[in-house]
Write a protein that binds this ligand. Structure first.
Ligand SMILES: C=C(O[C@@H]1C=C(C(=O)O)C=C[C@H]1O)C(=O)O
Length: 363
């Protein structure tokens, strides 16, 4: 059995592939020149969504859609970098789960900037120091990231895209399990491993850090300390993995938002999702039927509610803001009609963004 003739065919295909990749990038560059003149956005989530759909529809295998998405992610990343080397802010330091999510969304060709907090990530885009920010918004085990929700109250940034990605946590330390006395991590990550930590380290002190990668930096320096973080952070900071996949739910998934300054255009056909921040005002969330009244204008028009979350308004005790996710795009007539009705009795109806509804990498 001779491999060489087959490898010669692969070499020939690679030559063609490189040529095709460069032709694709040259077209992206051409689009970039037009965008410069017309002041168009460089990253266009709705167009990328359409490209992925067409690519998947033409896929006859054996490559699966998840692998194809990863390949196209890098093609698009290289193309975007030729248009303009975008700068992406994320909750750092390097090798955090948000960093990994940002790379998954934007590929290796862009510039990434580590921020100390979610609020700083918002601020970087608001001040124009970064083009986009990637922030964690909710987790399948632990629910919403509260500091992220609270940032939307003050901010005018738009959610332009989202990413769902499975998160696996490891226990990372220079010490063996029996010598660990303190475990550092982001509050959300500690909570996602609560039962494992109770079972294996019942005596250990759990201490909050600003991010998972920050926890690894601390654990690297302190005797008796460990961190809960992704294995990427263990590799990056050169600290050993003591136990892997310690999250209580095997399919632990985090949803990330991509924030930008300009809204994403509609895809249509039920393939968009929108987020809003709504206040019933004047303590009305405490009155019978208040919440029902808020949801009726949406329900009556068949606009599906996929998430509702309340947060204290911090204006008065027991007054709440509601964060909702609904099917459809802000600019669609049905949505506009529902919003007009809501605005009649809600003092605050703030559009946080509309973006592609894609949930899985293989979709
Ligand atoms: C090339 C473009 O710019 C970017 C790159 C894309 C691509 O490589 O297919 C698609 C959308 C944009 O994020 C474009 O707007 O078409």
């Amino acid at each position: 059995m001779d491999l060489e003739p087959i490898r010669a065919k692969i070499d020939e295909l690679d030559r063609e592939l490189v040529d095709i990749i460069n032709r694709r990038l040259a077209l992206a560059q051409e689009i970039g020149q037009i965008k410069r003149v017309t002041d168009g956005e460089v990253y266009v989530p709705e167009r990328e969504d359409a490209v992925f759909r067409k690519v998947f529809a033409s896929n006859k295998g054996p490559v699966n859609n998840e692998a194809l998405r990863a390949i196209y992610r890098e093609l698009m990343s290289a193309g975007i970098a030729l248009e303009k080397p975008l700068s992406i802010a994320y909750l750092g330091p390097e090798a955090s789960n948000t960093h990994a999510a940002a790379m998954k969304k934007f590929g290796v060709s862009l510039d990434y900037h580590a921020m100390a907090s979610v609020a700083d990530s918002f601020a970087a885009v608001e001040k124009g120091e970064a083009d986009y920010a990637v922030i964690p918004i909710e987790n399948s085990t632990e629910g919403s990231v509260r500091e992220a929700l609270d940032c939307f109250v003050e901010s005018d940034l738009k959610v332009v895209a989202q990413l769902y990605t499975e998160i696996s946590h490891a226990l990372i330390s220079n010490e063996p399990l029996e010598k660990i006395t303190t475990v550092y991590s982001k509050d959300q990550a500690l909570a996602q491993c609560r039962y494992w930590l109770q079972r294996h380290l019942p005596q250990a002190r759990l201490v909050e850090a600003s991010s998972t990668s920050r926890a690894v930096q601390i654990a690297a320096q302190e005797s008796g300390a460990a961190a809960v973080a992704g294995e990427l952070a263990a590799q990056f900071y050169g600290v050993p993995v003591v136990a892997r996949a310690i999250q209580d739910k095997a399919d632990n998934t985090t949803r990330f938002f991509i924030l930008g300054r300009k809204p994403t255009k509609p895809i249509g056909g039920g393939k968009d999702v929108s987020s809003f921040l709504i206040s019933l005002g004047d303590g009305a969330s405490d009155r019978p039927g208040g919440l029902l009244k808020m949801l009726m204008p949406l329900a009556e028009r068949g606009i599906n509610l996929s998430k509702i979350e309340s947060r204290p308004s911090k204006m008065r005790p027991w007054d709440y803001y509601f964060f909702i996710d609904v099917s459809g795009h802000h600019d669609e007539p049905e949505m506009q009609a529902a919003l007009a009705e809501l605005r009649k009795f809600c003092p605050l109806v703030k559009w946080l963004g509309s973006y592609p509804a894609v949930r899985r990498e293989s979709d």
